[in-house]
Design a binder for this molecule. Structure first.
Ligand code: DOR
Ligand code: ZN
Length: 437
């Protein structure tokens, strides 16, 4: 048997169902009656075929916290969520501030073979914000680091940020900023507003994010560099990004699924599964973020998939670690918040979950058009089904999903990485190589 035949797929959810023949990692033919006799069949039966999703913001916890996620378990979660490439953040232990760590992450991801795991390099040594990491060495390694971020921490020193932007420009890499002015968020655990005040939780003002977004837009302008804003969470950030783009500044921004669905009313129960950085905001922010993503002011969706152990989450709200799972539920949340309300069609989903993120980091084999001769990195989505999220059934080692027991629309039914099926009907393919490094 040779090749793979997807039968009856609606490409981008448009037109009439067609068959797609894949061989040697590429799309070889698209049409009806292709005359293929000897291929493995994936019956799409009117499901939607999209380019494989690209996540610019994933925490995989390897090295250091393999009790909460590994490159292997996170790759399975990614494949099940429809992803063919993810960017693994640098806040591991040890920090990915050296080529030894970034190359390990890349190699381990390739061994597992379920998704391309691109390492994100730290901007500063140890994420301490004091001294630039050796970005050039990491960029030149086999991991080919193309994105740098101190995510989890803000590169708060404006002079360090300025130098990082200048340096990134000459290396042709991207700096992604976790925008959080640390003096404004000391002790903060929740969005600063009426809910946090009533619940007695220390507030995180919108200005902590927005002041850094504004500053970094100006620094990028002056350096002639690109800057990417991680997990935009406020209406003010949307307006600042809109303004910066109107000025010709090379700024891009992502939004997480949770900031598109959830607001701070979730905190009423004090359940720490809802603690996340930046915090869940107010409905007005959620609505502004949805509109901005639909308009293209916010460029893309990124999960900020942040697995945490039970003991780090099932505790007092203020003591819990921030972060929530995202890879396996992202598509459903985008359908719920944007497709169902009519803000995005399937072309739009392809844009925000695949094409724009691939462009932002310059991946030339991802986010490609579904055409003959293109790499077969594809995701098949059943838009008709609904499913109920069960934390225990997720592929992640951790269970900190805020969507537990929620019924969500649409499900990824198959994911293909270079023509190989990496997930099918809710089951991830076996890793190509098992075990840790
Ligand atoms: O909620 C978050 N969790 N925000 C971050 O910036 C870091 C992340 C983590 O690593 O857990
Ligand atoms: Zn972050």
């Amino acid at each position: 048997m040779s090749g793979l035949l997807i039968t009856g797929a609606l490409i981008y959810g448009e037109g009439e169902p067609v068959d797609v023949f894949i061989d040697e990692g590429e799309i070889r033919a698209i049409g009806t009656d292709l005359g293929v006799v000897d291929a493995e069949i994936v019956e799409a039966d009117g499901q939607v075929l999209l380019p494989g999703f690209v996540d610019l913001h994933t925490h995989l916890r390897e090295p250091g916290r393999e009790d909460t996620e590994t490159i292997e378990s996170g790759s399975a979660a990614a494949a099940l969520g429809g992803y063919t490439a993810v960017f693994a953040m640098a806040n591991t232990n040890p920090v990915a501030d050296s080529v030894v760590v970034t190359d390990h992450v890349w190699r381990r991801g390739q061994e597992v073979g379920l998704v391309d795991v691109h390492p994100v390099g730290a901007v500063t040594v140890g994420l301490a914000g004091k001294q630039l990491a050796e970005m050039g060495t990491m960029a030149a390694g086999v991991g080919g680091v193309r994105m740098f971020s101190d995510d989890g921490h803000c590169v708060y020193d404006p002079l360090i940020m300025r130098r990082a932007l200048e340096y990134s420009n000459s290396l042709g890499v991207l700096i992604a900023q976790h925008a959080e002015e640390p003096r404004l968020t000391e002790g903060a655990v929740a969005h600063e507003g009426p809910t946090a005040a009533r619940l007695g939780l220390a507030g995180w003002p919108r200005a902590a994010e927005e002041s850094i977004v504004a500053r970094d837009a100006l620094l990028a302008r002056d350096a002639g560099a690109r800057v990417h804003i991680c997990h935009a969470s406020t209406e003010g950030t949307v307006e600042l990004v809109r303004w910066a783009k109107s000025q010709g500044i090379s700024i891009t921004a992502e939004v997480t699924p949770h900031h598109l669905l959830l607001d701070d009313s979730r905190l009423e129960t004090y359940d720490a599964v809802n603690r996340v950085n930046p915090p869940l905001r107010e409905i007005s922010d959620v609505e502004a973020l949805r509109r901005a993503l639909a308009e293209g002011v916010i460029d893309c969706v990124a999960t900020d998939h942040a697995p945490h152990a039970e003991q780090d989450k099932c505790c007092e709200f203020a003591a819990a670690r921030p972060g929530m799972l995202g890879l396996e539920t992202a598509l459903s949340i985008i359908v719920e918040t944007l497709v169902r309300p009519g803000l995005l069609d399937w072309r739009g989903v392809a844009r925000v979950m695949s094409e724009r993120p691939a462009q932002i980091v310059g991946l030339d084999d991802q986010g490609r058009p579904i055409e003959v001769g293109e790499p077969a990195n594809l995701t098949l989505v059943d838009p008709e089904v609904t499913w109920t999220v069960r934390a225990k059934e997720l592929a992640s080692i951790s269970g900190n999903t805020p969507y537990a027991e929620m019924t969500l629309p649409a499900k990824v039914t198959a994911t293909m990485l270079r023509g190989r099926i990496t997930a099918r009907d809710g089951v991830a393919a076996r890793p190509q190589s098992v075990g840790g490094a």
